[in-house]
Structure formats: structure tokens, C-alpha cells
Ligand binder design. Structure first.
Ligand code: GN1
Length: 490
């Protein structure tokens, strides 16, 4: 990272990068605006900035890629929590708990996104989907960490910690820190919650010029969830993990209300297979579901993102009628620390950013603020899963959608999928299933078995079980009781 002190120097650097227009309104700026604009540009070497802007412009007219042979993931790489034999699942789970009890497992939360589709002015993790308890996504996740630690402790007799690394961005760091402090870090040890920030990069117009959002402000956006690898290096997080003796990481995206933090079965499966990298998947609901698919392209494992797959490929079916590309990515990944180190030290610069055209508010030549009606700029993002290609032993783990995947992406609306309404229902249905399976009775309510899992509808009764009572539906002696732990409304 570089610094410059004079406006002259700043001007020279921007000219070298072909971006002198950024200082167009400099004479009108107040001192504070000048220094914040200079601070935004400070991390950028002219050569790097030029390359970024040129790459964005080039991405607009991609050379037509040769049709590449795409294949589904071969069965021998796959484990399954859905079809796996109970004894095998229990073996994986035991292995996972063993590793957790040895303080070798941590979780990394990807929480730097702006949540544009959800349209709330605060980080997604602070969202309350309307559960009886009023818990937010962050609280649910914190309590699952506490529970998984406790279960490992009960099984192995030693106190253990699953550190929680949270990647934020300029948009989410400060409100997330404040929120955690206000909630007493959800009774986790503050020193085991480590927040760090991903980088921001300038949005670029179709002409290859950086977009000015205000006279003294560049339009910046986080560098995508694949910004993780640079952020880990920038903030010395890998060193922190080493110091704590962490060996295995579960990386996940903030928006999935059913996420199993540090899932012992997944960790145990990946560890037993000697994997350095793994991904959880669910069967896709339909060809147009906006999830990436895990597959092999040119013999290399990767996720083909939903925004980059053709309709024709998405709709392909096998002879039995199943979607050929059915392994839906739920943004739950497993990495060994050694693998993360190899990415940070060697492979990160090889990750190719993906281009997205967005509506980016800007100031025109006269300095008027304009809210564009259609896409006017390019955001470049790296994707977290683009490192799969560097794995020596990649595995895939299939899980049940109704138990593990209900993402919060969109604002509520009639018939809208992946919304607060669908997330709340998915969790309530799950807890109703757990309660009934555990022999729970709901006074005055006969629930026909066929009604047990209609996630598109409101469950017949409202039953929420605290993660502090049950992590994944298991029943612990002495804890399975109604009362303050279980919110019930019939
Ligand atoms: C870059 C990236 O990680 N994309 C992921 C991620 O999508 P977003 O639309 O970026 O939230 O989560 C999806 C699952 O919710 C997954 O299917 C997809 O591949």
C-alpha cells in the first residue's frame, strides 16, 4: 500500500492510470472531502488501477469462450447426509466432534455484502425474520456455535472453542461491531469473535473510467466474497488461526437461516476423506433456481454461477428425468488451513474477477447527481468458490434442503422466494418436525403426517426451538422441555 501527500502527486498517479477525471471537482471540494477522496485512492498503485479499469472494460465484450466440456461431479467424490448409512454418518459426526473438542475447527462468516436485493440499510446478519423469539440471523448463528461447543465438550469432556471469523466490508464492519457489542457478543467470548474487512474496489463505467458517485467520492463496492483470500492475508488472520491451532475451516454465507455452524458431520466427512477443500450442495428445485452448480469444466472442479450458465445447460436432464447439473451450491465450504495458506500465498492473484453490470448512481459532467434507470457501470467481483480449481483433493457433500438451506436474499412479497417469509417458515417447519420426531405433543393439535413439510405454507403451529436446546434436532437429557427455551404458539 502506498501513500502520497500532495495533490500534484495524486494527479500524476491518476493520470498514469488514465483516470484524471476523478479530480474534476477537486477545486469545489471542502478539506474533509478532499482527504476522504485521497484516502479512497491511496491503496491503488497506478498500474494496478489501470489494469482494473481496463479489465472491467474488456469484460464487457468477452471473447466468445470455446464451448467447454462440462460434466457433473462424479459420484465417487460425493458424500451424502441424505442417503448416507446412519452408521457412517455417525462415524463422520464423531470425527467432527473430536476435531472440534481439540480446538482444531473454526468458522468463517462471509458478511461483507450490501444485501441490495433484501433492501435494508443494515447488514443482513442483523435481520429479524419474525420468529417468535425475535432472534436475528447473527444471534441464531452465535447460539449454534455455543451449542456445538457444548456438545463437543459433553462428548469429550474438555472445554473447547470454535472461533468465529467474520469478514465484513466498509458497509458492514462498524454496524456489525456495534450490534455485537450491544448484544454482549451473544455470550460468546469477545476474543473468539474476530472481525476483519475485505477490500473495496472502484466501479467502472462502460468507457473504462472510474465512476464518481459524488463530487468527492468514488463509487466503490466490496471485491466479492472471493475477496476473502486477500482479506485473510491483509489482516493476518491465517497467523491468528495458526496461533490457536486451527486446522479446519467451515466457511459460510450470512444469509442461510438453517446453516449448521461448524457442522461436525461435514467436517468429519471431509477430514476422513483427507480433503483440502469441500462444498456442500443440495438438489436444485428447478432449472432456474438462482444457485451455482458444482461441476467439472475441462476436468477442473468449479462452480458455474447461476448468472453465467446458459438456460440450455441449466435445463439439461438425464434419462431418469433428473437435472444433469443438479448439485446446487449453498455457499458452505470446507478448507484446511494449509489450503487457505496456499491460496493466500500463491494462487489468489490467479483468481479471475467476474463482471456484473449494475445501476450505479453518479454525478454527471456538470456535477448533478443521477440515478440511472438501467445498468451503467461494471462491478468486478471475485468468487469464494473459484479456489476449488487449486484443490488437490476436492469433495462434495450433499445435504437435505429442508434441514440445511433456506437463504434470505429478497425482500418479502407475494410469491417471492428466498425471502424473510420463506426463511421464517423453513425454520418453523424444521422445529416442528424436530419436536414431533422427539415425541413432542402439541395440546389440541393433531398434525397429520402429510402436513409435516409444506414449506410454501404457514406451518399449522408455531414452534421455535432455541439452538441452545438443540443444534440439529438431537434430544439431550434434561434439556428437552417446553418453557423458556421453546417458543410455542398454537
Ligand atoms: C459467488 C457466490 O458465492 N455465489 C453463491 C451465493 O450467491 P449470491 O447470489 O451471491 O448470494 O449463494 C448461493 C446460495 O445461496 C450460491 O448458490 C451461489 O453460488
Amino acid at each position: 500500500r502506498v501513500s502520497f501527500c500532495t495533490v500534484h502527486e495524486l494527479k500524476q498517479r491518476l493520470e498514469a492510470a488514465g483516470q484524471a477525471h476523478v479530480l474534476r471537482f477537486w477545486p469545489e471540494l471542502a478539506a474533509g472531502e478532499r482527504s476522504s477522496l485521497a484516502a479512497e485512492l491511496r491503496p491503488w498503485e497506478p498500474r494496478e488501477l489501470r489494469a482494473h479499469c481496463e479489465a472491467a472494460k474488456r469484460a464487457l465484450t468477452p471473447a466468445r469462450p470455446p464451448a467447454r466440456p462440462m460434466e457433473p461431479v462424479p459420484q465417487q467424490l460425493m458424500g451424502s447426509a441424505v442417503r448416507g448409512h446412519p452408521e457412517v454418518l455417525s462415524r463422520w459426526e464423531q470425527r467432527g466432534f473430536q476435531l472440534i473438542s481439540e480446538n482444531k475447527v473454526a468458522v468463517i462468516l462471509l458478511a461483507g455484502g450490501q444485501g441490495t436485493r433484501l433492501a435494508v440499510p443494515y447488514p443482513k446478519g442483523m435481520y429479524n425474520v419474525g420468529l417468535p423469539s425475535g432472534k436475528t440471523l447473527y444471534q441464531i448463528q452465535a447460539e449454534r456455535i455455543r451449542k456445538v461447543q457444548e456438545l463437543a465438550e459433553v462428548k469429550h469432556g474438555n472445554k473447547c472453542t470454535v472461533p468465529w471469523y467474520i469478514m465484513t466490508s466498509e458497509f458492514t464492519l462498524e454496524p456489525t461491531q456495534r450490534f455485537f457489542a450491544e448484544h454482549d457478543h451473544f455470550n460468546l467470548d469477545k476474543s473468539d469473535i474476530i472481525m476483519f474487512e475485505q477490500r473495496m474496489i472502484p466501479a467502472v463505467g462502460f468507457d473504462g473510467k472510474i465512476i464518481l458517485e459524488q463530487k468527492g467520492k468514488v463509487a466503490m463496492a466490496p471485491d466479492g466474497n472471493g475477496g476473502l483470500y486477500r482479506a485473510l492475508a491483509d489482516s493476518m488472520i491465517l497467523e491468528d488461526m495458526d496461533r490457536r491451532g486451527i486446522r479446519y475451516l467451515h466457511v459460510y454465507c450470512v444469509d442461510n437461516i438453517l446453516v449448521k455452524m461448524a457442522d461436525p458431520i461435514f467436517i468429519g466427512f471431509c477430514a476422513e476423506k483427507g480433503a483440502d477443500c469441500g462444498a456442500k450442495v443440495v438438489g436444485k428445485t428447478d432449472p432456474s433456481e438462482p444457485v451455482g452448480v458444482v461441476c467439472r469444466v475441462d476436468g477442473i472442479y468449479q462452480v458455474v454461477e447461476y448468472s453465467e450458465v446458459s438456460q440450455e445447460v441449466a435445463e439439461m436432464r438425464d434419462e431418469d428425468g433428473c437435472l444433469t447439473y443438479n448439485a446446487g451450491n449453498i455457499c458452505n465450504h470446507f478448507f484446511t488451513l494449509d489450503f487457505l495458506k496456499s491460496i493466500a500465498e500463491e494462487f489468489e492473484p490467479k483468481l479471475v474477477p467476474h463482471m456484473a453490470i449494475k445501476k450505479i448512481p453518479f454525478v454527471d459532467e456538470q456535477g448533478n447527481r443521477v440515478k440511472p434507470e438501467k445498468g451503467n457501470g461494471i462491478k468486478m467481483e471475485k468468487f469464494v468458490f473459484d479456489v476449488f480449481q487449486f484443490a488437490k483433493n476436492f469433495v462434495v457433500f450433499e445435504v437435505s434442503r429442508e434441514e440445511e438451506f433456506s437463504p434470505l436474499k429478497n425482500a418479502a412479497g407475494a410469491g417471492v422466494k428466498d425471502s424473510p417469509v420463506t426463511a421464517r417458515r423453513a425454520l418453523l417447519w424444521q422445529h416442528q418436525r424436530w419436536a414431533l420426531r422427539a415425541g413432542g405433543h402439541f395440546p389440541n393439535h393433531q398434525i397429520p403426517r402429510s402436513d409435516w413439510s409444506e414449506e410454501s405454507e404457514e406451518p399449522p403451529l408455531v414452534c421455535e426451538i432455541s439452538p441452545l436446546v438443540s443444534y440439529a434436532g438431537e434430544v439431550q437429557q434434561g434439556l428437552w422441555q417446553w418453557g423458556k427455551w421453546v417458543h410455542l404458539r398454537c
